[in-house]
Design a protein around this ligand. Structure first.
Ligand SMILES: *[C@@H]1O[C@H](CO)[C@@H](O)[C@H](O)[C@H]1NC(C)=O
Ligand SMILES: *[C@@H]1O[C@H](CO)[C@@H](O)[C@H](O)[C@H]1NC(C)=O
Ligand SMILES: *[C@@H]1O[C@H](CO)[C@@H](O)[C@H](O)[C@H]1NC(C)=O
Ligand SMILES: *[C@@H]1O[C@H](CO)[C@@H](O)[C@H](O)[C@H]1NC(C)=O
Length: 326
C-alpha cells in the first residue's frame, strides 16, 4: 500500500514536473509587442525574472502590418540590423517555439522600432523534462485490494507516433529540382506529417530561402508578403498547426522552376504530448522513440489549457492517492 502511494505521488510529481516545462510567455504581458514607452529596458525587465526552457513558447502580440518579429543574431540585435534575419514572422500574434538553448534575440524590423526599444533577448535553458527519470516505476498495476478503479494515465499506446524529422527532398535538399514541381509532390506523397514533426530544409547559404505562403500564393508563386520567411540554412521548422502548409523559395524563378512544397499536417497523435505545438530539442531524450513519453491525459486540449488540465489530472491522482491512504 505504501509502495502504491509512493508510485502515485511519483507520477504526480512527474506530471507537475513535465507541465512546468512548457510555458506560454506573452511577451510584454498586457502591452504586447510594440514600441515600449520605457525603451529597451521594458522587455529586458519583462524577461529578467522569467525562466525560459526549451519547448516553451513566446507569443508576440502585435497588429499585422504595424510590426513584425524577427529572430536575429546577437550582433544584429545589438545594432538593430533587420536586413538579415534568421526568420521573420509578419503576422501577429506570432507564436515562436523556443527550440534551442542559449541566448535568443528578437527584434521588430520596422523603421526605428528596434532602436526605440522593440527588442527582446531571452536565455533559454534545457527543458527540465530531459532530467525525468526512467519511466520504469511510472504507474501502475491495479492494487489488489484497491477500492477504486485503477488510475489510467496509460503511457502512450505506441512509441512509433513520436515526433518525426523530415529532410525535405532527402539527399537532393531544397533546390530547383530537375524534375520540376513534381519532385517535391512525389517526396511528400506517402508521408504522414503530424503536429510536432519537424521539416529540415537544407541548402547552401544565400542560394535559396524558405517562405511559408498561402495556398493562392503557392499556386501563383507569389513571394509578396509571405506568412513567414526563413533565411539561414538549415531551416528547421516545427509543424505546429494541422492543415495544409505551403512553402516556396522566394528567389525569383525558383518557385516557378518547381521549388515548392505543399504538405498536409494531421493533428497530433494520441502519443504526442499535450502541447503538441512545441518542438523537441534535437538532443532531447523525449524525441527518442524508445523513451515512452510522459503520460498524457487523454484528449488534453492543446497549448494554453494543457498545463491546467495536467494540474486537474494530477489532482485526480492525488485524490486517488488519498483513497489508497485511507
Ligand atoms: C493581444 O492584444 C489584444 C489587444 O490588446 C488583446 O485583446 C489580446 O487578448 C492579446 N492576445 C494575447 C494572446 O495576449
Ligand atoms: C544563459 O544561461 C546559461 C545557463 O544557465 C549561462 O551559463 C549563461 O551564462 C547565460 N547567458 C547569459 C548571457 O546570461
Ligand atoms: C502577390 O500578392 C500581393 C498581395 O500580397 C498582391 O498585391 C499582388 O498583386 C500579387 N502579385 C501577383 C503577380 O499576383
Ligand atoms: C488534409 O487533411 C484533412 C484531414 O485529414 C483533410 O480533410 C483535407 O482534405 C486534406 N487536404 C488535402 C489537400 O489533402
Amino acid at each position: 500500500m505504501a509502495r502504491n502511494l509512493f508510485l502515485v505521488l511519483f507520477a504526480v510529481a512527474t506530471l507537475l514536473h513535465g507541465s512546468a516545462a512548457q510555458t506560454r510567455h506573452v511577451v510584454g504581458d498586457s502591452i504586447g509587442w510594440t514600441i515600449p514607452s520605457g525603451g529597451a529596458a521594458t522587455y529586458a525587465t519583462w524577461a529578467a525574472n522569467k525562466t525560459f526552457t526549451v519547448g516553451d513558447t513566446l507569443v508576440f502580440n502585435f497588429t499585422t502590418g504595424r510590426h513584425d518579429v524577427a529572430k536575429v543574431t546577437k550582433s544584429a540585435y545589438d545594432t538593430c540590423n533587420g536586413v538579415t534575419t534568421i526568420f521573420t514572422v509578419l503576422t501577429g500574434p506570432a507564436t515562436v517555439t523556443l527550440n534551442e538553448t542559449g541566448e535568443q534575440y528578437y527584434i521588430c524590423t520596422f523603421g526605428t522600432h528596434c532602436s526605440l526599444g522593440q527588442k527582446l533577448a531571452v536565455n533559454v535553458t534545457k527543458a527540465s523534462t530531459t532530467t525525468t527519470p526512467s519511466p520504469a516505476p511510472v504507474p501502475t498495476p491495479a492494487p489488489k485490494a484497491s477500492p477504486v478503479p485503477t488510475p489510467a494515465p496509460a503511457p502512450a499506446p505506441g512509441p512509433s507516433t513520436g515526433p518525426a524529422t523530415f529532410i525535405v527532398g532527402d539527399a537532393t535538399g531544397w533546390t530547383v529540382p530537375s524534375g520540376g514541381a513534381a519532385f517535391y509532390t512525389t517526396w511528400a506523397t506517402g508521408k504522414t506529417f503530424k503536429v510536432g514533426d519537424t521539416l529540415v530544409f537544407n541548402y547552401p547559404a544565400s542560394a535559396h530561402n524558405v517562405e511559408e505562403v498561402t495556398k493562392e500564393k503557392f499556386e501563383s508563386c507569389n513571394s509578396t508578403s509571405p506568412i513567414a520567411t526563413y533565411t539561414t540554412p538549415p531551416v528547421r521548422l516545427t509543424l505546429n498547426k494541422s492543415g495544409e502548409h505551403y512553402f516556396i523559395c522566394g528567389v525569383p524563378g525558383h518557385c516557378l522552376g518547381g521549388q515548392k512544397l505543399a504538405i498536409n499536417v494531421s493533428g497530433s497523435g494520441t502519443a504526442t504530448p499535450p502541447s503538441g505545438t512545441t518542438s523537441p530539442s534535437p538532443s532531447s531524450p523525449s524525441s527518442n522513440p524508445s523513451t515512452p513519453s510522459t503520460p498524457s491525459p487523454a484528449g488534453a486540449p492543446p497549448q494554453d489549457s494543457g498545463a491546467a488540465s495536467l494540474v486537474g489530472f494530477s489532482a485526480t491522482l492525488l485524490s486517488l492517492a488519498v483513497a489508497f491512504f485511507y
